[in-house]
Design a protein around this ligand. Structure first.
Ligand SMILES: NC(=O)c1ccc[n+]([C@@H]2O[C@H](COP(=O)([O-])OP(=O)(O)OC[C@H]3O[C@@H](n4cnc5c(N)ncnc54)[C@H](OP(=O)(O)O)[C@@H]3O)[C@@H](O)[C@H]2O)c1
Length: 279
């Protein structure tokens, strides 16, 4: 098996690079010499994040890409842009996410009418993987990192989008379990010598926008989550390691449904149904 390329020869897409963990990761990767495709939903916030990184790393190689991940059309446009502009892609970090919200009883939907947390946290990443996997495979060895969470909840097949009994925490935790389930599925699908896929809980209640918006007192620093996430992207010892779930830097077991074939098949079907109408 070929080992990973030096990080300064890699092209890496980080979603949600405008704040919190994503911005910190983009900055560190740029400092290490990687070419960083920085995704954000707002051009202004992307410009501000890029400027902030360039102030620290003047020779940073940054490519901003704009897409609202609450729209599957925009997710596809993002994938089209990356494929058109970047002949190689060595890592995809699905980091962008919506938290629990300031009012966790208020159900929100994406532009496609899908429960918002499932749409942004899981479906957008799943679609990006689907679209970018051939490019990642051509650029092998490459890595996919799913920024998930220890907050995981099973998906009730009778009410998968919480139409009846909505709770923002539950919606968030369902989307995070779906990310881990997809990680397990992809690790079976992909040759780990070519593309590895791992998921993590970066750190608990880091001092970021989504934690503050949820009215939670931060318990850890962004740096802590950054180190754990960077490790999955750039640690040579993790060559060929795939399908794992980490709490920070320690491998751990996700919710038991992540290893239940029937529960996984149901979420796969739901994902395909929402993305492709079941095809
Ligand atoms: N904070 C924690 O303690 C913690 C714990 C476990 C897991 N995580 C996970 O870590 C990841 C990063 O979160 P964070 O803590 O760094 O929070 P954050 O500072 O709120 O960052 C979230 C990022 O996602 C982007 N985003 C949200 N909705 C989007 C949309 N519809 N389209 C495109 N981008 C969108 C945000 O863009 P804007 O700048 O435009 O808002 C922002 O860049 C998330 O997946 C989160 O679930 C965080």
């Amino acid at each position: 098996m070929t080992g990973m390329r030096p990080i300064d020869e890699q092209v890496i897409l980080v979603t949600g690079a405008t704040s919190g963990l994503g911005r910190a990761l983009a900055g560190r990767l740029a400092e290490l010499g990687a070419t960083v495709i920085m995704h954000g939903r707002s051009r202004d916030r992307l410009d501000a994040a890029s400027e902030r990184i360039r102030a620290e790393v003047p020779d940073a190689t940054l490519y901003p890409v704009v897409a609202d991940l609450a729209s599957l059309d925009e997710v596809d446009r993002l994938a089209d842009e990356v494929l058109a502009e970047h002949p190689a892609l060595h890592a995809l970090v699905n980091n962008a996410g919506v938290g629990f919200g300031s009012d966790s009883s208020r159900r929100e939907t994406s532009r496609d009418g899908i429960e918002l947390r499932f749409a942004v946290n899981h479906l957008a990443g799943a679609q990006l993987i689907r679209r970018l996997l051939p490019r990642l495979a051509e650029s092998a060895p490459s890595r996919i990192v799913q920024v998930a969470s220890l907050g995981q909840a099973p998906i009730d097949p009778a009410d998968p989008q919480l139409d009846r009994d909505y709770d923002g925490w539950r919606a968030y935790a369902q989307s995070k379990l779906a990310q881990v389930m997809l990680t397990r599925d992809l690790a079976v699908e992909c040759d780990p010598a070519t593309v590895t896929v791992n998921a993590l809980h970066p750190a608990t209640f880091m001092d970021t926008g989504m934690v503050r918006e949820g009215g939670i007192t931060p318990q850890s620093s962004v740096d802590e989550g950054l180190e754990a996430t960077l490790r999955l992207v750039a640690e040579p010892d993790l060559d060929g390691v795939s399908g794992r779930f980490f709490d920070g830097t320690r491998e751990t077991s996700p919710h038991r449904d992540a290893d239940d074939p029937e529960a996984r098949a149901r979420v796969r079907e739901l994902t395909d149904e929402l993305l492709y109408g079941g095809t």
